[in-house]
Design a binder for this molecule. Sequence first.
Ligand SMILES: *Cc1c(COP(=O)(O)O)cnc(C)c1O
Length: 219
Amino acid sequence: MSVNISKNIKTFLAKIPEDVALVAVSKTKPNADVMEAYEAGQRIFGENKIQEMTDKWEALPKDIEWHMIGHVQTNKVKYMAPYVSLIHAVDKLKLLKEINKRAKQNEREIRCLLQLKIAEEDSKFGMSKDDLKALLLNEQLSKFENIKIVGLMGMATFTDDEAQIEREFSFLKKTYDELKTTHPQLQILSMGMSGDYKLGIQHGSNMIRIGSAIFGKRN
Ligand SMILES: *Cc1c(COP(=O)(O)O)cnc(C)c1O
């Protein structure tokens, strides 16, 4: 089954609103596939494993923005700190502390999103709304000069039940809007994947993370 990556990128860029950023999720896919998307004009790529992302960063053009979209293990932050552009799924103060430390060592500022748990399934990572609010107000944050929390991210339940996905996305958007009033640095709402990006955009997402609809199914 052949997948036309270049055409898929162009189709996505043409159909999504201009203020919605497209993260092409290239996890498990070879460098040649990333390059095909790159040549079609795509510059933001998402990965969920630090080792794989770092291998790709080393091999591929340096104007690619690498986004870590997966769960991050604290002891691996150092490997991506020299280059990572945005970390989507931060859910602990301890992780922010480590990202700040490694960003400082690299004389950089690293942008982060906080992950809100919106899915009903237990397996998904992320914070409750209360924990997320408390984290934003934690006074230690002001000492972390090399990180910037720029938005929120969430993953809806994997289901065909659109009403459920809509409830979960609405909750994320509502939380984002509410927190923006007191934390105006929140500018990014990362919400929507191949199966649910249309609902994500309808509910106010301005960053979608698309893997299989661009690169084809993963094994
Ligand atoms: C894999 C992944 C995606 C992309 O999934 P698709 O369904 O292939 O578009 C988006 N977000 C996260 C966090 C992922 O792990």
